[in-house]
Each structure stands twice: as structure tokens, then as C-alpha cells.
Design a protein around this ligand. Structure first.
Ligand code: SAM
Length: 303
């Protein structure tokens, strides 16, 4: 249960913009300091006033709200900045989690700072940190990618661009797309890459599924209830260059498949079987082809 706001003196200062994290599901995750700030400010800027009113009603807070979302960001700035200039305190919240993290707010914070105004973070839940903290993937280095592009070709290029990243990759996703995202990740990064699907964090149906990208894709496809809700997808980073044994295995599989398939198909399938990078395996296949053709022409071929 959240402490009533009046038990904590938030020390609200005039003319300050507070960036306040709110729960991502479980209302008990709102900090006492966040509640006190929300209770004490002159205005709360939020994405969806009806949605945030429910949270504030739960807290017994009746502060005025104004809408601040993707579609009115720029036009709302003059009003919000003028209120701050005049000494009003404002809390910025989003529908869930930490503002600015795949949510509006960056340009407001930038402009407030540019005018010399004070911006104070009130930390709390964020789905990416929540997922990372319990996924069991390396957490010393990670790359947060936000949402993947909605359509397949740009999404694959987007994944390709981070294929070599050594840290854990973290993506936000929705139930409508998680299946397609897993398939594309498996194709581009190799189906054996380890990953975790974190679903409905802090809520009743919170689920962590771990396995290879291929395994996770198959499990989620087979269990439609696993396609419901909000998702964080975490993917193990690229391991260091493949060791000699893996490279030998990749060459072996590639040679078998090249005899039956096009070079591109052989590279893609080898990537899935051995966990390598499709592009690297394609380059490996071309290199092996050219070695073979040099050898077949014999030592006098250029003479
Ligand atoms: N600002 C938020 C934060 O700090 O995490 C993220 C907002 S973003 C618009 C919403 C996305 O975050 C969802 O589509 C989902 O990918 C992820 N997300 C938010 N809440 C979640 C939850 N309870 N479980 C899993 N993912 C969640």
C-alpha cells in the first residue's frame, strides 16, 4: 500500500519541472515520494487525462491535469514553459513507467533546461529495467532499442544494425507483433541466440519465458494466451567471434547446404542451425566458392 502523500514532505519548489515515474501495472509500485510530488504540484502534465485520473483518484489527489502527448508536444510547450516561468511547479507523468522512455517528454525537458529551469527526476518503475532485473541475461551492458519498426523489411534492417552489439538487446513490443519480431530476430541473429520474453510485468499474468529465439517463437505461436498483453523482449548480445570449433562446424554445414540450395538460402539456414550471423555466413559462402573455383582452375589457370 502506498503511503498517503501527506506523510512525506516532497519539498516542492516553485518553477520546477518534476519528471515522475508511475507504475507499469501494480499501483503499489508508486513511490511515497512520487505520490507526495503529485499531491503537491500546481499542475500534472499527462498523456491521457482519463487514464491518469484513475491513478490520482486511487491516491486521493485532485491536482489539475493537462494533456501532453505525442500529438500536441510542440504546441503544449509554450503554455507549460510559461507556467514554469511564472513559478508554478509541474509534474510530468506518462501512462505508465518513466516519462521519456519510449514516451513523450524529451523535448520539454530539453527546452526547460535550455531556459535555465530546474528539472528534478522522481525515479521509479520502467519496464526495461524491471525486465532486465529478473531475466537472467547479462545486465552489465545493455542496449535499449525501444519499439521495432512495424513492418518486416525495415524491422529486419533495424535488427541487422545491432547484430554485433555485445550487450543484451532490449526491445518493447506488443502482443500483435511479438511473434513476427521473434521470427525476424531469429532469421537475422540466428535462431539459437538466447532470449527472454517478459510479459505483463508486475501484473497478474506476469510471465518470463526463456530459451532460444526459435524456441520462444514456437512456444508463443503454440500458446495464444502468451500473445496477450505488454512485452519486453531481451536478447543476449553477440558473443565474441566464433571459436575455431564453431567456425569449422559453420563451414561444414554451409558446404552441405550450398550443394543443395542457393548461396543466400544456404547462409540463412546455416545461421539458424549454428547460431552465426547470416551476413557473415553469406560472405563465408562466397569466399569458399571463390576458393573452390580458384582450385578447380589449377595452378596454371592465370598463366
Ligand atoms: N515509459 C514506459 C517505461 O518506462 O517502461 C514505457 C512506455 S511504452 C509507450 C509502453 C511499452 O512498454 C509497452 O508496449 C511494453 O513494451 C512496455 N511495457 C510497459 N509496461 C509493461 C509491463 N507491465 N510489462 C511488460 N512490458 C511493459
Amino acid at each position: 500500500m502506498v503511503s498517503p502523500p501527506n506523510q512525506l514532505d516532497a519539498g516542492i519548489q516553485p518553477g520546477v519541472l518534476y519528471v515522475v515515474a508511475t507504475p507499469i501495472g501494480n499501483l503499489g509500485d508508486l513511490s511515497a515520494r512520487a505520490a507526495a510530488v503529485l499531491a503537491g504540484v500546481d499542475l500534472i502534465a499527462c498523456e491521457d487525462t482519463r487514464h491518469s485520473r484513475r491513478l490520482l483518484d486511487y491516491l486521493g489527489i485532485h491536482a489539475p491535469l493537462c494533456a501532453y502527448h505525442d500529438h500536441n508536444e510542440a504546441s503544449a510547450h509554450p503554455h507549460l514553459l510559461a507556467r514554469l516561468d511564472s513559478g508554478d511547479s509541474i509534474a510530468l507523468i506518462s501512462d505508465a513507467g518513466t516519462p521519456l522512455i519510449s514516451d513523450p517528454g524529451y523535448t520539454l525537458v530539453r527546452e526547460a533546461r535550455a531556459r535555465g529551469l530546474t528539472v528534478v527526476p522522481i525515479p521509479g518503475p520502467s519496464a526495461l529495467i524491471c525486465a532486465l532485473s529478473a531475466a537472467g541475461l547479462p545486465s552489465d551492458r545493455f542496449l535499449f532499442l525501444g519499439f521495432a519498426p512495424r513492418t518486416r523489411a525495415p524491422r529486419r534492417r533495424w535488427i541487422e544494425a545491432v547484430a554485433q552489439e555485445p550487450g543484451t538487446l532490449i526491445l518493447y513490443d506488443s502482443g500483435q507483433r511479438i511473434q513476427a519480431t521473434l521470427e525476424d530476430c531469429a532469421d537475422v541473429l540466428g535462431g539459437t541466440r538466447q532470449a527472454v520474453v517478459a510479459r505483463e510485468l508486475t501484473k497478474r499474468f506476469e510471465t518470463f519465458l526463456s530459451g532460444s529465439l526459435d524456441e520462444l517463437g514456437a512456444r508463443i505461436k503454440a500458446h495464444s494466451e502468451q500473445q496477450l498483453g505488454e512485452f519486453v523482449l531481451l536478447i543476449a548480445g553477440a558473443s565474441a567471434a566464433p571459436d575455431a570449433q564453431q567456425a569449422r562446424e559453420q563451414a561444414r554445414v554451409l558446404d552441405i547446404l550450398r550443394a543443395e540450395l542457393t548461396t543466400r538460402q544456404a547462409a540463412a539456414l546455416t545461421a539458424r542451425i549454428t547460431g552465426g550471423q547470416r551476413n557473415e555466413l553469406y560472405r563465408m559462402a562466397l569466399a569458399r566458392q571463390s576458393q573452390e573455383s580458384d582450385a578447380s582452375q589449377g595452378p596454371d589457370a592465370d598463366a
